[in-house]
Design a protein around this ligand. Sequence first.
Ligand SMILES: Cc1cc2nc3c(=O)[nH]c(=O)nc-3n(C[C@H](O)[C@H](O)[C@H](O)COP(=O)(O)OP(=O)(O)OC[C@H]3O[C@@H](n4cnc5c(N)ncnc54)[C@H](O)[C@@H]3O)c2cc1C
Ligand code: SF4
Length: 482
Amino acid sequence: MGDPKGFLNIRRQESGYRPVEERVNDYGEVEKLMPDDSRRMQAARCMDCGVPFCHWACPVGNIMPEWQDAIFRGNWKAAYDILQDTNNFPEFTGRVCPAPCEAACVLALNDDAVTIRQNELAVIEKAFSLGLVVAKPPLMRSGKKVAVIGSGPAGLACADLLNKAGHTVVLYESSDGVGGYLRYGIPDFKLSKEIIDRRINILLKEGLIIKTGVTIGRDIPSSDIRNDFNAVCIAIGAREPRDLSIEGRSLAGIHFALEYLTQQNRVVRGDVITEQELIRAYDKHVVVIGGGDTGSDCVGTANRQGARSITQLEIMPKPPEHRTESEPWPLWPRLIKISSSHEEGCEQMWNISAKRFTGDGGMVNTISAIEVEWRTGNDGRQIMTEKPGSDFELEAELVLIAMGFVHPVHSGLVQDLGLDLDSRGNIKIDNNFMTNADGIFSAGDSSRGASLVVHAIQDGRLAADAINRYLIRDSLKQSPQC
Ligand SMILES: Cc1cc2nc3c(=O)[nH]c(=O)nc-3n(C[C@H](O)[C@H](O)[C@H](O)COP(=O)(O)OP(=O)(O)OC[C@H]3O[C@@H](n4cnc5c(N)ncnc54)[C@H](O)[C@@H]3O)c2cc1C
Ligand code: SF4
């Protein structure tokens, strides 16, 4: 620990966002980077508490105290070396991770947590700028072939480690770009796509083979993949959106959030979208249904498109501002989150159930909704009831359904291979990430259910380890990178 009194003398300071009036006019990243000296002071706040719960809470098991110390000492190379040991892509988590580590920081017991996520981002960005992040192709190849299907963070992490371990890895991606929701989903103002390209260039130099525009189960039969490779990892995400089957759902102007967000990612990239396909919020009353992060991303995008008003509806109650007794430290508390997108302008409403869409000439223009109340039933389950007489209407010329994702798409690959599913419809895996089909593994949202980038990375890492062991018994000892 560089500064034993750092946590007493230095206050938590955020990197901060660009001013609202500036950032709503572009799709550049909203969060700023802090000067090195200030960043080192923030790292000095780590107490090296002895039992680092941050490490326990981080899904990839980042070893925070060690790299906070290296940051404080200005030893960016040491910080990077420690960080990259546990996390393939700190440049992604450093930007979009909700940072469960910070909720578990010992300092957070009675003070503000260390700025772990922002420190992580500083380390990886410094490492790139110092030229420390370079391709390290394996010295030899094992002769084994692995297909990884899906190039989101789970597939990327899995493919990266298996390639580094010397296996020949082909990463198949149905879309025209690599990254899964990192590229087509998460808005550019949270994660610039150049950040993904920068990493992909390194993976390619290391010998990873990437084939985009190939849907396994359609362009290549699933049986071929099984026969042509020694092992397969399915990382196809949880991409079946949860729908809202209420009256008027088929009216034009009602879209799944992902259609909208993906299209805007494409527009930012320079793709030309036809007038008929374009989903535009300009001058419209926009209603976002779903109070989570995807909904918040819709809010930020609609603001940039010049929406006249934006209302975000959530059926659940407003979360508390502070921890409740039911979620004590170091657990991850469900607290109200005012994102950078919310700061840009939006009315948030909780305890609201959407009842009906109505329109004119086939286009939606109104949503009818009602207030609801929640109480805990005898069996501990939450029971919702509508508040009589609380129904109301909102103007809604563009409706974005951001109610999450139910499970992976079953048609095609999953059904072709006869994979077992769990009770929620996700691909069922054993402790070694293997499905019921020998040699076929699954990682990330496709087996876990819709979750977070950091969980996808960790699942990809663990699946790679299991696949490596499957391919070469006791190879863990021989392949230290995996
Ligand atoms: C709008 C949005 C915002 C989000 N924001 C955050 C955030 O801020 N922080 C955070 O931590 N998480 C966020 N998430 C969640 C996070 O992005 C996901 O949990 C994560 O991307 C899951 O990774 P994955 O690799 O399992 O799957 P995905 O990222 O879904 O990638 C799966 C890939 O598989 C491909 N694929 C599917 N079927 C086939 C096939 N048959 N053949 C070939 N390829 C196929 C898909 O095209 C896709 O590229 C967000 C999600 C969304 C939708
Ligand atoms: S990956 Fe997420 S949980 Fe882990 S150290 Fe980074 S911000 Fe914290």
